[in-house]
Design a protein around this ligand. Structure first.
Ligand SMILES: *Cc1c(COP(=O)(O)O)cnc(C)c1O
Length: 414
């Protein structure tokens, strides 16, 4: 597929409807991206291949399964700003965090602590706390959770730098989000990576809410590693195959301890079935199992669209869409709703997180009222609506309509 015009991209997606068949306003791409229409065709092609060829589909057919992970590499490298050998499609996000942490979190002596943000996505916290315990250490001592300043919702980058510096030689690793899932705050990855590396710590990013949302420059950021899922802004489908990045400087560190499996073995010798592990250089060496073909196929459809439309153009449209949504929310009756996300478009992605007046119960009722009116977003306890217009398939008309829905819902609940 070569160039696809921005306006045309929406027509390449299935657009959900409500029970009565009316289209909904789907601003929930931060949780599950919509289905590219081509996904069904590609999944069917794999089923046809299995049906017709059995095991031969591994090596023959339109897309031999043995090389399937490679089909995703170029698209992922473009979206993350990485070299092809630095990225790999595999597993799911939390699994990838564990696999990579097994290699990069190597506590030694006093250098044993991990820094994350307070209020991290639970799975990320479980992963680092679990790793700390796995090493026989105590998360109470070894996990640092940095909270925003009193009365603030967002983290200041100078405070992150200061926390890294304070931890100094006790710091083994920093795991930081590219975009924070609750607030939508985007971080300067290069700045955080520099601070971590100055302190002598490993630095990794969780890109669950960043990939496909804003352009990334992972290689240049200097990050040691990153991991992501593909079902949010990447539209890979429920439970889609995730991905990981390992920086070039570790490309030939085949000596790093890892939780190895046969798919990380050099493809040239993998099927000799020898007992020794011959590690593939680069990110692909962290693969464990052969990839799930049926939950990779839809991602191929989506990556093609991203490449055809181009992320810089998408980002431009995304900034404009989110600005328009911001204007709608700011135009609500005074005091009704506060935008928690950064006001600076450079410091956020597509998502705006909104706190409505009157506390948790009223917020929840607002959420239910807008849902009943066909605005699909989500509710995060204790008090946030997360609303994300997605540039691939959402429109400015939908943003205006969402403003009307919010006004009506608030009016009925005043
Ligand atoms: C969505 C998300 C996850 C989900 O993890 P899975 O392993 O894909 O189930 C984990 N961490 C963050 C930060 C997320 O946003």
């Amino acid at each position: 597929m070569s160039g696809v015009a921005l306006d045309e991209a929406r027509s390449r997606f299935a657009l959900p409807r409500d029970g009565a068949g009316a289209p909904v306003i789907y601003f929930c791409g931060h949780s599950l991206g919509l289905m590219p229409l081509a996904a069904r065709r590609i999944v069917n092609e794999e089923l046809d291949c299995w049906e017709a060829l059995g095991i031969e589909g591994q090596f023959t057919g339109r897309r031999p399964w043995v090389d399937y992970a490679n089909l995703m590499t170029a698209g992922l490298a473009t979206l993350t700003g990485a070299h092809a050998h630095e990225v790999v499609a595999m597993n799911a996000l939390s699994v990838n965090l564990h696999l990579i942490l097994a290699s990069f979190y190597r506590p030694q002596g006093a250098r044993r602590r991990i820094l994350i943000e307070a209020g991290a996505f639970p799975s990320d916290r479980h992963a680092v706390a679990g790793q700390i315990a796995w090493h026989g250490l105590d998360p109470e001592d070894c996990l640092i959770e940095l909270a925003p300043r009193e009365g603030e919702d967002l983290l200041r980058e100078e405070d992150i730098e200061a926390a890294i510096e304070r931890a100094g030689e006790t710091l083994a690793l920093v795991l930081w989000p590219g975009v924070q899932y609750r607030t939508g705050q985007a971080f300067d990855l290069a700045r955080i990576a520099r601070a971590a590396r100055r302190a002598g710590a490993m630095i990794g990013f969780d890109l669950a809410h960043a990939i496909g949302n804003l352009p990334l420059a992972l290689h240049d950021s200097g990050a040691d590693f990153a991991a992501w899922c593909s079902y949010k802004y990447l539209n890979g489908g429920p439970g889609a195959i995730g991905g990981a990045f390992v920086h070039e400087r570790h490309r030939h560190r085949t000596d790093l301890p890892r939780l190895a499996g046969w798919w990380g073995n050099d493809p040239a010798t993998r099927f000799r079935m020898a007992p020794t592990f011959e590690c593939t250089p680069g990110a692909a060496g962290w693969q464990v199992s052969n990839p799930p073909i049926l939950s990779s196929a839809p991602l191929l459809a989506s990556l093609e669209l991203f490449v055809a439309v181009g992320l810089p153009r998408l980002r431009e449209r995304s900034i404009a869409l989110t600005r328009a949504l911001e204007a709608e929310i700011d135009a609500l009756p005074p005091g009704e709703a506060d935008i928690v996300s950064p006001r600076d478009p450079e410091a956020r992605g597509a998502q705006l997180s909104v706190r409505v007046r009157g506390g948790r119960d009223r917020g929840r009722r607002v959420y239910e009222a807008i849902s009943a009116r066909g605005l699909v977003c989500d509710w995060r306890e204790p008090d946030l609506l997360r609303i994300a217009p997605v540039p691939l398939y959402n429109t400015f008309d939908e943003v205006r309509a969402s403003g009307r829905v919010l006004r009506e819902a608030l009016a009925t609940l005043s």
